[in-house]
Design a protein around this ligand. Structure first.
Ligand code: GLY
Length: 358
């Protein structure tokens, strides 16, 4: 019997996130009624993609393997257009489906390809990174990058199901596993403090969490995200809380030319947002400090270059989540009590940066 945890995501088009090991055999059920399924994958994941195409083909569904460039290089309109050409050549119809095998970039692309083909066909992300499992794969945000910026072109297109196959993490480099935990910590602070207790119950020399702990962390973080996106798919309000720590994080990523891992930037961004909340009189000092201690215990960065502040501030001002010239931050009024800080002064923004300035 499968040891699979099923986490339901509600909303207009509900679906399940499956967490467990060796999950590809769930795909035929999710693809029921499809005559064809495109499998988008990046070359380093060829073996995993082949295993998936085998399962699909054994179920009588014609697989169409499409390799796409790895990471952000694959998230382009040119790559999407090449995928659409291949779907067209294979005669893809409305009942056919797209499977994305990879980290967040590949699943964002796969979802976008599916969202636009015939104005929306079924798709399923098979997430191969911890970050992808707890963030990109859940919630139906799909898209590509353009010259104007990252993720400015896309669609909300919920998947038909999500596979978080923990066996795919066996070969994930440790640095990527740890980086993905920054989003898990975020979920702990905005909604589920048991995540923080679990991390704090371990000693720093235990290294990254073992599989059982990782599984619990993934399940808890997915539940947090599922609850939020089930209630607010289109980011009308509540979904904004998932942006906790991300305003500074996006600026760091941009200033670094996207050479920093997203999770590392989020880690610094969380410490910054916590300090900002504290200095704004919203969050108690102990909870603010708890951010850096939990993140540091995982080996995540909590500081960034002191001299970068002017660039970071300028970059935050053009963040797509800013409103007019006012900056807008998700802060905490307490653990699991996210709220919005609108238009903080430059002095406050600068003072909070002191906490992360290295
Ligand atoms: N990654 C934030 C969201 O899905 O809304």
């Amino acid at each position: 019997m499968d040891d699979v945890t099923t986490i339901a995501v509600g909303g207009e088009r509900p679906y399940d996130v499956l967490v467990g090991r060796d999950l590809p055999h769930h795909l035929p059920r999710l693809l029921d009624g499809a005559a064809r399924a495109a499998v988008l994958y990046a070359p380093p994941l060829r073996a995993q993609a082949e295993a998936i195409t085998r399962v699909i083909s054994e179920a009588g569904i014609a697989p169409l393997a499409i390799d796409v460039p790895d990471a952000e290089a694959g998230k382009s309109i040119d790559v999407a257009a090449r995928c659409w050409d291949q779907l067209g050549a294979a005669g893809f119809t409305r009942t056919d489906a797209v499977v994305g095998v990879g980290g967040g970039a590949v699943t964002d692309l796969a979802g976008f390809v599916a969202a636009c083909w015939l104005r929306g066909v079924r798709w399923i992300p098979v997430s191969t990174s911890l970050l992808g499992m707890v963030d990109a794969a859940v919630g139906g945000k799909t898209g590509v990058n353009t010259a104007a910026g990252k993720n400015l072109v896309g669609a909300f297109h919920p998947p038909a199901g999500v596979l978080c196959d923990l066996s795919l993490l066996d070969t994930l480099p440790r640095v990527d596993l740890v980086a993905g935990l920054a989003e898990v910590v975020k979920c702990g602070f905005i909604a589920d403090p048991a995540i923080l207790d679990l991390i704090e119950s371990r000693t720093p020399d235990e290294g990254p969490p073992d599989e059982a702990v990782t599984r619990e962390l993934v399940e808890r973080a997915v539940r947090v995200k599922a609850d939020v996106v089930g209630a607010d798919l289109r980011e009308g309000g509540l979904r904004e809380v998932l942006n906790y720590g991300h305003t500074l994080a996006h600026a760091i990523e941009k200033v670094e030319g996207y050479s920093w891992r997203h999770g590392h930037a989020v880690s610094v961004g969380l410490v910054y947002a916590a300090t900002l909340g504290h200095l704004a009189g919203r969050l108690d000092e102990a909870t603010a400090k708890r951010h850096s201690s939990v993140l540091a215990a995982l080996g995540l960065p909590t500081a960034y270059r002191a001299d970068a502040w002017p660039d970071l501030l300028a970059t935050m001002r053009v963040d797509k989540k800013a409103r007019g010239s006012k900056l807008r931050f998700v802060v905490l009024d307490g653990i699991a009590r996210p709220s919005i800080l609108d238009g903080p002064s430059d002095e406050l923004l600068r003072a909070a940066y002191e906490e992360v300035a290295a």
